[in-house]
Design a binder for this molecule. Sequence first.
Ligand code: NAD
Ligand code: ZN
Length: 342
Amino acid sequence: MKALSKLYPREGLWMTQAPVPEIGPEDVLIKINKTGICGTDIHIWNWDDWAAETVPVPMITGHEFAGEIVELGRNVTDLTIGQRCSGEGHLIGKTSRQSRAGKFHLDPGTRGIGVNEQGAFAQYLRLPAFNVVPLPDDIPDEIGAILDPLGNAVHTALSFDLIGEDVLITGAGPIGIMAAAVARHAGARHVVITDVNADRLALATKVADVVPVNVTEADLAETVSDLGMKQGFDVGLEMSGNQQALDQMVEAMTMGGRIAMLGIPPGKSPVDWSRIVFKAITIKGVYGREIFETWYKMIAMLQNGLDVSRVITHTFPVDAFEAGFAVMRSGKSGKVVLDWTI
Ligand code: NAD
Ligand code: ZN
């Protein structure tokens, strides 16, 4: 089968031929139709310090996918051949305290497909049946292929009650933009999104009814006053991984505000903890998606009018993957989807 692999420990990915994976009794084999390129895949392409420390070579990359089941392991009884699906790319164990309590997303032994285990940028993917998420007919493959990052957005956005709240999102990358759409859908009053990239902010306004602020040229405090907000933001969703953005968020929060942090700062970064203490701010770190509550909620919201389709700005046939990665790396895209069927 065709597979997009990290073959050598240097910049780039290579289209190669790999054997179709053999499945075990609890697995399914999925024929991949569409995949999404994630920031993680860009780290792996760039072969930065994180990638070099984390990813063994050779490795088939990719973890955002939609496809259909073509083979069932002998113990799999609750899925059928031909079922369209996406799936959770975090592979978890069942023996930890967290897993036994049903908190699968907190299993300390989590391994990621396309990072620690062979991934989804291939014509076929082996996945434990447990990880499969069937796709309803009204959710097309291109949306199925971005459920993983939409899940990050949903997990983060639904960390705190949003009804009637004023929400600040720092970072208008694909996940920040989708979180803005979710916050709107979930009933926030004002949703303000910041970035330093004008293209990303323009895309945000196409996807969701949000107030964009380019922090290189505008003062966030002015936006707060223009909106008639009496105090700061009630809920913050940090989705940039940028230290200045977090600082700005802490400053802009109201007393007792709540911050959910998905963005991953590149290393240790200084934080003014006294501001956080005196403002009595709650900070929650968010990793991945809740397995499987986030998946349930996002599919339900998509069926109830949540529309994130415009966050997909480019689709390429997989043979043009280099063009797809180039547009992702330019910062001038939203989600980029690779089509494995043409
Ligand atoms: P992205 O890199 O596409 O988007 C980040 C955005 O932040 C960019 O548009 C960038 O211009 C913007 N930004 C930079 N400096 C800023 C500043 N000072 N103020 C406001 N915005 C600023 O990333 P993404 O794919 O949308 O993911 C968002 C974040 O979530 C990343 O940090 C990513 O590593 C992280 N992530 C975490 C998890 C997890 O499980 N915790 C999962 C996926 C992604
Ligand atoms: Zn991803």
